[in-house]
Write a protein that binds this ligand. Structure first.
Ligand code: GYE
Length: 330
């Protein structure tokens, strides 16, 4: 599944502490989005005009990411942001991207919901000369040099880290894998990283599309299909929280009868860890708006930027405290 132009990460299975996280605590919500997109240059304005196509609002991670992006790309910070939520539909994203081209924004940024299907629109953007900054997820395209820079996490390392915990702590577990949106960079790479370490322990897989409701439904079905499962590896916290509901409704104890290993580390996920319903959480840090703003500024000014910026993650086990959870910024 490796595409020639897929943004790739260079990290091995390393997860390290990332101090910028603490800074996220100082921000409140922001309201910089304008969905109207006025299209015209405001005479004399020095603002950098950015079109940002967010893929949706499917998870706690996404909400925190959107907040961070809007906060950092504010007018005070020098940006004129047009923010469009695609509601997890690729056709909505493609439409938004075409609108940004029509508006002739200075920079286009987007988080692709899945990896493939962008060839045509990426070529159109390229022909327009507007630089693309790829955010969070990756693309797999035949278009040559389709983006200037990419910022996001090392999804494969996240899967590897989760797998290593399982190999060490639950080598006999029978695992059901609750996948994210099929064909998304986060799903493909987490699955690959995890599978390389403990693939032979996996007894079944299904997608919960990164949402709590669909995660719950998938686990309800899995409890019937795989009665001997003892662990769920979920590609995000929201689906894991849905899994908790399904497990409890089936009269079993999450974290004990069925262990849960998750990715993200949003506050609700870490709370489940403190409550001993989750067993291990690999962080995926959504708060990188400041880094994104810096990249966009440089791209708009025609300055050199690195081809990729990896947002560093850490991981948590049940030794995490309630105070840690309460201090979590998102
Ligand atoms: O893990 C999940 C969200 O692409 C990293 O998308 C992101 C993933 C995140 O829906 O919660």
């Amino acid at each position: 599944m490796k595409g020639i132009n897929r943004a790739r990460t260079g990290l091995a299975g390393v997860v390290a502490t990332f101090t910028v996280l603490a800074l996220a605590a100082c921000g409140g919500g922001s309201d910089t989005s304008g969905d109207g997109g006025d299209g015209g240059d405001e005479g004399g304005s020095d603002l950098i005009r950015v079109g940002f196509s967010q893929l949706g609002a499917e998870s706690g991670w996404r909400t925190a990411n959107t907040e961070s992006v809007k906060e950092s790309l504010s007018e005070d910070a020098g940006f004129d942001l047009t923010f469009v939520d695609a509601q997890q539909k690729q056709e909505n994203q493609i439409k938004a991207l075409r609108d940004f081209v029509a508006q002739d924004v200075d920079v286009i940024a987007f988080s692709p919901v899945i990896e493939t299907g962008w060839d045509e629109v990426l070529q159109e953007i390229k022909d327009s000369g507007i630089p693309v900054v790829l955010v969070d997820r990756t693309v797999d395209t035949t278009v040559d040099d389709p983006f200037v820079t990419w910022i996001g996490a090392d999804f494969k390392a996240e899967g590897t880290t989760a797998g290593e915990w399982v190999a060490e702590n639950a080598p006999d577990a029978k695992i059901f894998e609750l996948q994210g949106t099929l064909g998304s960079g986060a799903q493909v790479d987490r699955e690959e990283g995890f599978g390389e370490v403990v693939g032979e322990q996996i007894i079944g897989k299904a997608s919960g599309n990164f949402t709590r409701a669909e995660g719950k439904t998938a686990v309800e079905a899995a409890l019937q299909a795989y009665p001997d499962m003892t662990m769920i590896f979920t590609h995000n916290d929201d689906m894991g929280l849905g899994a908790i509901e399904a497990i409890e409704a089936a009269g079993k104890v999450p974290g004990k009868d069925i262990q849960i290993v998750s990715v993200d580390g949003v506050r609700d996920g870490l709370q489940a860890l403190v409550d001993k319903k989750f067993n291990y959480v690999v962080e995926c840090n959504p708060v990188f708006g400041d880094q994104l703003a810096e990249l966009i500024t440089k791209v708009a000014d025609g300055e050199d930027v690195p081809k990729e910026t990896i947002v560093i993650d850490k991981a948590f086990d049940q030794t995490i405290t309630q105070a840690d959870v309460d201090a979590r910024a998102y």
